[in-house]
Design a protein around this ligand. Structure first.
Ligand code: DGJ
Length: 732
């Protein structure tokens, strides 16, 4: 059926294409790009403008897409460009442009007309639509790319810009995507945050004008605002209902998304690299490739949209998306900078005792002239600190192996403390204004990754560690500072810095992955300051927040789960929060489990609980990492938050439930309706991860059909005395 439809689409395209390249071009042509449930339809007008005529649910009959525009009787579009597929500026456009330029001769007008298009089948279920556009007056071209992932209803979009003018053209704006939606109303769900309070949601009805989501931070760019967002059509979508688009830019630097409600009441979405302080001088013949903007569209609410994204991410984006992950013991909060070889050897024994896979040595292991004993010095000087580690990392890696665990290490290779030998030797490698006072973020400055020498240095930090310690099994790649005083001693053109920084970063990561393709790496940034799908191609996991108070984490992990799969979420049990160890561990289990506590300080019961929890987790992690995720009751709307993971075969499930309201008599008074089960099968439900000495009222004798569990539900009996309950479902 799917093949038939793709064939039909291709035939129609071929037909219109032939018509166009034949005699006269008078008819409009329709170019539908379909996925399983969604269609993006482009239309070429008789003026050869390329427009988006539809974005929404897929129609049964391809031929009917061309009838869509006539069904709208909206006010006049004076320019014919309100729904442009890539809005130029300086000619007849009156709205926010996707692209604006100054030509080599100083002229600022741009018009882009259809030249040709083609659709390629890349691999099973992935098609790529390319549309070539050209200015009728200037030798200036843009190619639009739309990559459709059929089964996941995901579309990736980007553009290539080039010219053949006599001299450089300045690009003032150069978006990746320009979408156009029609509905009676649009509801934007966006996120804001700061350190330790990432992913705070806000939802509002969009009004006329432009709402801009953006970052100008350069590095750690998502600190105040991540690039992810949702737009619901007509009314706010729920988990199960409503038409909703989830989108994001795949770029680890400054981004900008404009959401413009136009005079016709349609929504224009333009997303790309932030053009703030970033005029780009494009040489003749150079191709400027924008980063990828991606979106998924669901007509069955946010839940399906997020599961589609998770599947897509695990199949195509996240490094080793279908692989395994290492549980670990981290020493950051256990020791901070205060450790030595002896202490670490004891922690390696604790790692073994706890039963996790790996010990992760955090910040503080390096620098000698200015030892890294706090966050004010040493960053950049990546040789082992001789007084803390007289025998080097190698001894620890061996010791880890003797204990039957793996060894991982923390680095922050893009940054430098002014108090460091690196800064003294290479002040020109540092991003800072030559004539102004330095200004610091966590006492550090950012290295200039636009400079190939700096790229070599950063690659060398990773490469040297692996060369000297081939058994090193894990990297935590931190990135704490933003860019202040943006200036590169290397670049001639300062307005290229923000872009070249990110390009430089990707060049380094490419080299790291070419040489070390599989080693797991955590994308850390003092929290969720950096996660995006461009970076996740190089990383196996990300660190959502330094805030590991489990109550806060329920909320932060919840919002992240709309966009990123649980396998990528590194969650550590720490001493943040007042909740008992069981609560903290249960919350950390909803992703990739780690610990950052002093094992020695645990009482016998807590230790026994943690040891058992690691074993329990090993039994359920496959379902959490590779299964489907269902948000059942939302912590912002209910006293009990419930999150369910069901394996793809619908044979196993893990249901996490937490009391998130401490008021009198709050708890799960109603059953919680499950999702994603096989209605015909019976499921045995039992409580797991119990604290030593406690028993459960849900002991495993209870068997219900999937039908019952999804229509009536199950009560996990969450209340003050049972604040955190994990249930296991097993099909009989
Ligand atoms: C910020 C990270 O988020 C923490 O986990 C820790 O690694 C510190 N940096 C170390 O400086």
């Amino acid at each position: 059926m799917q093949k038939k439809r793709v064939r039909l689409t291709l035939l129609i395209n071929l037909f219109v294409y032939c018509c166009f390249s034949g005699i006269a071009y008078s008819q409009t042509q329709t170019i539908p790009l379909e996925t399983k449930h969604h269609a993006l339809v482009l239309q070429v007008s008789d003026q050869q403008d390329v427009r988006i005529s539809y974005l929404g649910r897929r129609l049964n009959r391809v031929a009917e897409y061309k009838s869509i525009p006539d069904t709208y009787k909206q006010s006049t579009d004076y320019t014919g460009l309100l729904n442009s597929a890539y809005t130029p500026s300086g000619s007849r456009n009156l709205m926010e442009p996707a692209i604006s330029v100054t030509h080599a001769d100083g002229n600022q007008s741009l018009d882009l007309r259809y030249v040709s298009h083609e659709i390629q089948q890349l691999e099973d279920g992935i098609s790529l639509l390319k549309i070539a556009l050209k200015d009728p007056v200037y030798p200036f071209e843009v190619t639009l790319f739309y990559k459709a992932y059929f089964k996941d209803d995901v579309v990736e979009q980007w553009s290539e810009i080039k010219h053949d003018e006599r001299g450089a053209v300045t690009l003032h704006k150069f978006a990746s995507a320009n979408l156009h939606l029609k509905a009676s109303a649009y509801w934007l769900r966006q996120y804001y945050g700061d350190w330790a309070r990432e992913m705070q949601p806000e939802e509002e009805k969009l009004t006329h004008g432009i709402k801009v989501l953006d970052s100008k931070l350069g590095t750690r760019a998502n600190l105040f605002q991540p690039p992810v967002f949702m737009v619901s059509l007509d009314r706010p979508a729920t988990e199960h209902e409503g038409e909703v688009l989830l989108g994001s830019l795949q770029w680890s630097g400054n981004f900008r998304t404009d959401l413009e409600l136009d005079p016709q009441n349609n929504l224009r979405i333009i997303s790309g690299i932030n053009n703030y302080a970033s005029d780009y001088s494009l040489e003749k013949g150079e191709v400027f490739t924008t980063p990828v903007f991606m979106y998924t569209f669901s007509a069955q609410g946010k839940g399906l949209a997020s599961r589609n994204l998770h599947n897509w991410a695990r199949d195509y984006k996240l490094l080793d998306g279908h692989g395994q992950r290492l549980t670990l013991l981290n020493n950051w909060e256990a020791t901070y900078f205060d450790f030595n070889e002896e202490k670490l050897k004891a922690l390696l024994k604790d790692t073994k005792k706890l039963g996790v896979d790996l010990f992760l040595l955090d910040d503080g292991w390096f620098a000698n002239k200015y030892p890294r004993n706090g966050d004010t010095a040493g960053l950049g000087d990546w040789e082992e600190n001789r007084s803390k580690l007289p025998n080097g990392i190698g001894t620890l890696v061996k010791e880890a192996s003797a204990n039957g665990v793996k060894f991982g290490i923390w680095i922050e290779p893009e940054m430098v403390n002014p108090k460091s030998e690196l800064y003294e030797t290479h002040p020109d490698w540092v991003i800072k204004q030559p004539k102004r006072d330095e200004y610091y973020f966590r006492n550090q400055l950012v290295l200039d990754l636009s400079n190939p020498d700096v790229q070599d240095f950063v690659f060398g930090v990773v490469d040297d560690l692996f060369t000297e310690n081939p058994d090193l099994a894990y990297i935590k790649w931190d990135c704490n500072a933003v860019i202040y005083n943006a200036y590169s001693a290397h670049l001639d053109n300062q307005s290229h810095l923000y872009i070249e920084y990110v390009r430089g970063l990707y060049k380094v990561l490419e080299r790291v992955r070419a040489k070390y393709p599989t080693v797991p790496m955590m994308l850390c940034s003092g929290g969720g300051g950096r996660v995006d799908y461009a970076a996740l191609q190089y990383f196996t996991e990300y660190w959502p927040s330094d805030n590991t108070d489990p109550m806060e984490r329920i909320f932060i992990q919840w919002e992240n789960s709309y966009f990123y799969p649980a396998i990528a979420s590194a969650n550590h049990v720490t001493d943040w929060g007042k909740q008992p160890i069981k609560f903290r561990t249960d919350v950390a289990m909803m992703g990739k489990l780690g610990f950052d506590i002093v094992i020695d300080h645990l009482n016998d019961n807590d230790l026994a609980f943690c040891q058992q929890a690691v074993k329990t987790y090993n039994g359920i992690k496959g379902t959490i990492w590779h299964g489907d995720q269902y948000r059942l009751t939302h912590p912002r709307e209910n006293s009990v938050a419930s999150m369910l993971f069901v394996d793809k075969a619908k044979e196993k499930g893990v249901l996490f439930n937490y009391l998130v309201n401490n008021r009198y008599d709050e708890g799960s008074h109603l059953p919680i309706k499950l999702d994603g089960l096989d209605p015909e099968r019976n499921y045995r439900i039992s409580e797991i991860n119990l604290y030593p000495g406690t028993s459960s009222p849900i002991a495993g004798e209870q068997v219900y059909s999937g039908d019952f569990l999804m229509k009536i539900g199950f009560n996990p009996q969450v209340r003050k005395a049972r604040e955190s309950v994990i249930l296991q479902l097993e099909a009989e």
